[in-house]
Design a protein around this ligand. Structure first.
Ligand code: PGA
Length: 251
């Protein structure tokens, strides 16, 4: 069975003052029955990891460069994230794919970099609204998944997040049936790619997850948690989502 994970993606939000939200979250969940992760902007990773040290809440990055070091102005390597205190890194988020033209091939070498540095890679896939309307959702996520997984990938160190682009930051979510269809498909595709270890890879849903819809989403088979943007910025909201995941595990 896959581990359960509630992951927060702060995107380009958060300064030192917001570390209080991370501390408040950790205080509310001193020994959670699920994994809890916050991914702040790179500038806050080290401070957040220190603020959360001794707590159950982990810290992650939102992207990394494929190389361990070198002449890449403005970039941060997986090794640097790990040294700063990150345990995870989000890769291939649709905002990176759109804003920085990241292809599956680019994402794949970043997943390799994460493994090299000992970070868990949270690999994001998801269709645009036009792709869904054209009936291409399953094809799109399959292509992204197969194209972004390095050869020899194992379950260990891998998390996959299904994030429909049209659901991110929009307040719109797929139906539970639509989520179930994609997650079942991703589990099968992972089995083809990596074998029986596929069942141990946490499959997260992401896109407008809120306290109000979290329990319904977590009740879907093959949903092992969530990647949460806006609702991860405030401890109150994210804590309610963590509690919903704990509730789903307890059932
Ligand atoms: P959202 O973002 O929860 O604000 O929709 C999710 C994500 O992009 O990971």
């Amino acid at each position: 069975m896959a581990r359960k994970l509630a992951a927060g993606n702060w995107k380009m939000n958060g300064t030192g003052a917001d570390l209080a939200e991370a501390r408040a979250l950790a205080e509310r969940h001193p020994s959670p029955s699920v994994e809890v992760l916050l991914c702040p902007p790179a500038t806050l990773i080290h401070r957040m990891a220190e603020a959360l040290s001794g707590s159950a809440v982990m810290t992650g990055g939102q992207d990394c460069h494929a190389a361990p070091k070198g002449a890449h102005t403005g970039d941060v390597s997986a090794e640097m994230l790990a040294e700063a205190g990150a345990s995870h890194v989000i890769l291939g988020h649709s905002e990176r794919r759109a804003d920085h033209d990241e292809s599956d091939a680019v994402v794949r070498v970043k997943v390799e970099a994460a493994r090299r540095a000992g970070l868990v890679a949270i690999l994001c896939v998801g269709e645009t609204e036009a792709e869904r309307d054209a009936g291409r959702t399953l094809d799109v996520v399959s292509t992204q998944l197969q194209g972004s997984l390095p050869t020899g990938t194992m379950a260990e160190g891998l998390v996959v997040a299904y994030e429909p682009v049209w659901a991110i930051g929009t307040g719109r979510t797929p139906t539970v049936a639509q989520i179930a269809e994609v997650h079942d498909h991703l589990r099968d595709e992972l089995a083809t790619a990596i074998g029986s270890g596929a069942r141990d890879v946490p499959l997260l849903y992401g896109g407008s997850v809120k306290p109000a819809n979290a329990a319904e989403i977590f009740a879907v088979a093959n949903v092992d948690g969530a990647l949460v943007g806006g609702a991860s910025l405030k401890a109150d909201d994210f804590s309610a989502i963590v509690a919903a995941l704990e509730g789903a595990v307890g059932e």
